[in-house]
Design a protein around this ligand. Structure first.
Ligand code: 5FU
Length: 260
């Protein structure tokens, strides 16, 4: 079955997008399917985190607009660390406007996301125009986007028909869309990479709507591909050991699934 295909095998499919190929190859080689949600207060803290945890992760996810002290030097320094520790840069911008504005938000402003982000997120709510505009503006054909097809938080409206329509939308932009943000196996097509936030070693919530599932549940039972972990790692006393524990749990769950 598709869930039993290895990350490496999936890079060989003709329908796998360039960014998905990069990510799947990196995961297979580095043996990690953990993305870090680096939701810290400042760029200085984010850089320290990238340096410390870079060797454990496949993607470093930020919200650039929530990091204090953002300037041009931040992304240059982050890119250098990413290259050295081999992880990809993920800006979780969740573009949701008309194509022309989404494109300006991607290329311009303070953050100039297209200049440094390997992958971004795009909401499906406005239809495919944002995706098509971002694809035109991306700085490399190896870059991509994940469509938000489900959300981890309580009361999300991205369910049912919306989720299915979001998955369908990817087909209009196959070279750019690398996969989906989701909490379940929203498609059985192994070309797409399924990325799941809302993950902790202990199930529960954060009191502000976030809902957590375990790495075993997400990768092993539900059959998605990458876990996104923020506070589960960032709030730990020993961040490195905790990141390694998530890495181990998520990789074991993946190996169990591929062995079936
Ligand atoms: F699309 C989504 C979603 O549905 N849920 C999320 O939690 C994105 N996220 C992001 O994952 C959110 O913006 C945070 O950056 C991160 C989860 O952080 P946590 O600290 O692990 O709860």
């Amino acid at each position: 079955s598709a869930a039993a295909m290895s990350y490496g095998q999936r890079t060989l499919l003709p329908t796998t997008a360039p960014f998905a190929t990069r990510l799947l190859s990196l995961m297979e080689e580095k043996r990690t399917n953990v993305a870090l949600a680096a939701d810290v207060l400042s760029c200085a803290e984010a850089l320290a985190l990238a340096e410390e945890l870079g060797p454990e992760i496949c993607m470093f996810k930020i919200h650039a607009d929530a990091l204090g002290g953002f300037d041009e030097s931040f992304h240059l320094r982050l890119a250098e660390i990413a290259k050295r520790h081999r992880f990809l840069l993920f800006e979780d911008r969740k573009f949701a406007d008309i194509g022309s504005v989404a494109r300006r938000q991607y290329e311009g402003g303070i953050f100039r996301i297209s200049h440094w982000a390997d992958v971004v997120t795009v909401h499906a709510v406005a239809g495919p125009s944002a995706l098509l505009s971002l694809q035109e503006a991306c700085s490399s054909t190896d870059n991509g986007a994940f469509i938000v097809s489900e959300m981890s938080c309580q009361g999300s409206l991205a369910v049912g028909n919306y989720t299915q329509a979001a998955v369908e939308m990817a087909k209009v932009c196959r070279d750019f869309v690398a996969g989906f943000i989701c909490t379940s196996r929203v498609t059985t097509d192994p070309s797409w990479v399924l990325v799941t936030p809302g993950v902790k070693l202990q199930e529960g919530g954060d009191g502000q709507g976030q809902q957590y599932l375990t790495p075993e549940e997400v990768i092993g039972r539900r059959g998605t591909d990458v876990i996104v972990v923020g506070r589960g790692i960032i709030d730990a006393d020993d961040r490195l050991a905790t990141a390694q524990a998530y890495r181990h749990a998520a990789w074991q769950a993946y190996e169990g699934r591929v062995a079936q």
